[in-house]
Design a protein around this ligand. Structure first.
Ligand SMILES: Cc1cc2nc3c(=O)[nH]c(=O)nc-3n(C[C@H](O)[C@H](O)[C@H](O)COP(=O)(O)OP(=O)(O)OC[C@H]3O[C@@H](n4cnc5c(N)ncnc54)[C@H](O)[C@@H]3O)c2cc1C
Length: 366
């Protein structure tokens, strides 16, 4: 049988099946892949046999254990949260980032720290708009980083901005992304024996992963527009049972059940809600909006966090022992649903190559 071109396999296995996470890493790798309204598609057939687009996609076959070795140099010690050095509560002490941040502003504080210290030339971020989908941006200054603070819950193809930044000659970039975006970056960084010309992830020197249990389709922005009667949305939050939209005229609450139909199916097949391959992973605390949960994963992550603390940018404290079982249960349950789907032979899990050391359910409560 004729071997299918990589680009055709990407189209058939990922784009045409709605498996695409819209990470954006393939956008700009070749001139034929474009994005519109967060949807990623080929605009022209690609004739290359050996394109990297298929290899780096977070929804093409990925061996979790191999990636553990590539990123951490060892097998995982925690099958639920992945490898990590520390789990903490943290918040920004950096005026501005703390105020504009989604919660404790840790992500913006760390990104600003990397850029202002000169260690990164820029940060790849996702800037919200007053209405409609956000925009992937290369932020070269603290102001541009702050302007992108806050969570936008659609699947922005942020990594297209990484490719653009590298094309402009930028090096040593900090990237902020959803877990699937970090996965794509790490796959690209660990590729061997391939053409090096467009491996943009090799220019990334710090990855900040966001916790993410699901993202929404851009169609949700029409619902937001309708609910706010066209007012500009300044902030979106999803505490427990509601989506809360902050406008200049006050808050609009939407029951979370009303947005469930916008959850992207590929997110339900995601095995990684806590950005297991990032240098640091950041999420909410689920009870104190002034603080973040901060998982310090790699040696690089530890070094950057220690310096940010020493320089007064970040405050950290112990993760409350009573909260850890709640986090573990939430992550464990998500992973177990994925493993159950695989065991039933459902479609959409072909990308996931797990061995028994990658996950063993630690007990489930639904
Ligand atoms: C789609 C999505 C789902 C999430 N789900 C959860 C969850 O279930 N549980 C949980 O604890 N946390 C979740 N988070 C993370 C959480 O909302 C905060 O982003 C995180 O706690 C960091 O807070 P902060 O105050 O440090 O953020 P900030 O300092 O405000 O920084 C937020 C950063 O996120 C970037 N960003 C915003 N939207 C996107 C996007 N769509 N894609 C990529 N980058 C983006 C911005 O560029 C900014 O740099 C989710 C985030 C996203 C984007």
């Amino acid at each position: 049988m004729e071997q299918l071109r990589m680009s055709l396999r990407l189209k058939q296995e990922v784009m045409d099946t709605e498996a695409c996470t819209r990470c954006g890493l393939c956008v700009g790798l070749c001139p034929y892949i474009k994005t519109m309204n967060e949807r990623i598609a080929f605009i022209h057939d690609c004739s290359r046999e050996d394109g990297n687009c298929y290899q780096v996609c977070p929804r093409t076959p990925t061996d979790w254990a191999t990636l553990d070795q590539a990123v951490f140099g060892e097998a995982r010690t925690d099958q639920v949260l992945g490898n990590y050095a520390q789990i903490l509560y943290a918040r920004s002490l950096d005026r501005g980032t703390g105020e504009s941040g989604q919660y404790g502003g840790v992500v913006s504080a760390l990104a600003a720290f990397m850029v202002e210290s000169g260690e990164s030339e820029a940060a790849v971020v996702t800037r919200g708009e007053e209405s409609g989908p956000p925009t992937p941006v290369v932020a070269r200054t603290r102001e541009e980083i702050l302007a992108a603070s806050g969570s936008k819950y659609s699947a922005s193809p942020t990594l297209s901005a990484l490719n653009e930044g590298v094309r402009q000659g930028l090096n040593n970039l900090t990237v902020i992304g959803r877990p699937c975006q970090v996965l794509g970056l790490r796959k690209m960084q660990s590729l061997t024996g391939v053409s090096e010309h467009n491996l943009s992830a090799r220019q990334v020197n710090f990855t900040i992963g966001l916790f993410c249990f699901w993202s929404l389709d851009t169609k949700v922005y029409s619902l937001f527009e309708q609910k706010t009667e066209g007012k500009a949305v300044r902030k979106i939050d999803i505490p427990q049972n509601f989506v809360v939209l902050t406008t200049d005229a006050g808050e609009v609450q939407i029951p979370v059940d009303e947005v469930r139909e916008y959850i992207r199916p590929t997110c339900l097949r995601c095995f990684d809600p806590t950005a297991e391959f990032a240098d640091v992973a950041v999420g909410s605390t689920e009870h104190d909006p002034q603080w973040n949960t901060l998982i310090v994963r790699t040696a690089k992550g530890k070094e950057v966090v220690e310096r940010a603390v020493a320089e007064g940018r970040l405050e950290i404290k112990d993760y409350p022992a009573a909260r850890l079982p709640l986090l573990l249960t939430a992550v464990n349950n998500k992973k177990q649903r994925v493993v159950d789907g695989m065991a039933r032979g459902e479609a959409g899990y072909e990308y996931l190559i797990l061995n028994s050391a990658s996950f063993a359910a630690a007990g489930r409560e639904d």
